[in-house]
Design a protein around this ligand. Sequence first.
Ligand code: HEM
Length: 431
Amino acid sequence: MPGGAYWAFRKDPLAFFTRTAREHGDLAVFSFGPQKVYLVSRPEWIEDILVKSAGKFRKGIALERAKTLLGEGLLTSEGQQHLKQRRTIQPMFHRQQVQGFADAMVKHAVRWRESIAPGARLDITAEMGRLTLAIVGETLFSSNVQGDADEVREALADAVSGFAVAFIPGFDYVSKLPLPMFTRIRKARERLDRVIHKVIAERRGQDSGSADLISMLLAARDPENPDEGGMSDAQIRDEALTIFLAGHETTANAMSWTWHMLGSAPEVEARLHEELATVLNGRTPTVEDVPKLEWTRAVIAESMRLWPPAWTMGRRAFEPHPIDGHVIEKGSLVIMSQYVVHRDPRWWPEPESFKPERWLQPSDRPKYAYFPFGGGTRLCIGESFAWTEAILLLATIAQRWRFVRGREPAPTTEPRVTLRPKGLFMTARQR
Ligand code: HEM
C-alpha cells in the first residue's frame, strides 16, 4: 500500500497512478486520509464496474462535488433521476441529430481558419477552447455566444477550479468559509445562471421551431411518461450547463493534444494531408465525408489514447463488491484511469509511441483497454457529437494550416477534471 498517497497524488497525479498500477497491480489499494481507494486497471474489471455491476456504484467524489455547479444534470444525477433524464435527452444526441450540428461545426472551423495569419504564434489550448465553445454555444443556443464567450469562459474556469480543491480532506468544511476562492466560485455560478436563465426565458416566450438543444430540452418528454409534461426551468438550466461544460473543454483538449502530436510526427501529418486531398479534393468537408476520413479518425483516436481528455473516472461502492477474490468495501472509492490503461504495454505495444496505424488493423485487445468516453449507462452522451466535431475540425483546419512548435518548450500536462496541455504555443504555417 503506497504511503503518503494523497500528497504524491497532488504532486503528480499521472505519475502517481501510473506508478501505483505498475507496482501494485490491477487492483491497487491506498488511502486518501480516511478514505480507502482502489485503483482498478484491468479492462475486464473496469467493464464489470461500469457495465455489469454498475448498480452497485455511484459517481466518485469530484463529481459529487460538481453538483454545486451542475445541480441535477446528466453528469451529476444518480439512480432513477439519472435514468429518466438520460432517456429523455438521449434522442437529441442520436447520430442523425448530431449530423444536423455538423454545419455549425464546419462553419466555425472555417471562420477560425480564416481568422489566423501566417506566422501567428498561437496558444493552441486557448484557441481550441474558444472554437469548441463557440460550437457548443451555437448548438445549444443557436446563437453565436462569442460575444459572451469571454465572460462565460472566465466564469466556467473559476467555477471549474473548485473541482481541483474538492479532493482536499475537509473540503466540505473549508468550502463554507468566506475565502476569496469560494466567493469567486459562487459568483461565477451566479453569472452563468444569469446568462442561461435569460436564454430559457426568451425561448419559453417563443414558438418552438428552433433546432437547437435548448429548444429540444424544452420540448423533450420522458418516453416512458409522455403525459407528464416537460422539464422545469431549473432542470433545463442544469442540463444546459452540463452540456455546455462537458461539451467543449474535453473536445478542445483532444484537439490541442492532436495538434501537439502532429507537430512532432511529420509522416503522420503527411498522410493526413494526403487523405484530405484525396477525399475532399480542396472542398470544405461535410458530414458525409466523416466516415471516409479514416486516417483523420485514427489520428484522433491515437491522440486520445495517449492524452485522454477524461483521464480518470471515479466511483463509490454502495455495496461490497468482489473482484478477483478481494472485496471492495462499501464506501470505498474506485478509480479507473484512462491515462494508465491506455498506456499499458499488455494491450498497447510501444505504448508511448504515437502510431495511428494501430487503429486501422483489427485487434483482439479487450474492449475496456480504451475507454475515453467511459461506459455503461453513464457512457458519454456526446460521444458521437465529439467524434463528428473532432474529425470535422481537424479536417477543415489541416486543409489550410500546419502548426509547428519550433523552439517553444514542450507543453506541460494539467490533470484537473480534464487533461489539458498547458503552455502549448505553436506557430501557424500556411499549407
Ligand atoms: C473528446 C470529447 C469528450 C470526452 C473525452 C468525453 C468523456 C466523457 C466521459 C469519460 C464521461 C463519463 C464520466 C463518468 O462516467 O464518470 C462523459 C459523460 C458525459 N459527457 Fe462527455 N466527453 C466528450 C465530449 C462530450 C460532448 C461533446 C458532450 C455534449 C455535447 C458531452 C456530454 C457529456 C454528458 C452530458 C455526460 C454525462 C452522461 C451521463 O452520465 O449520462 N461530452 N464524457
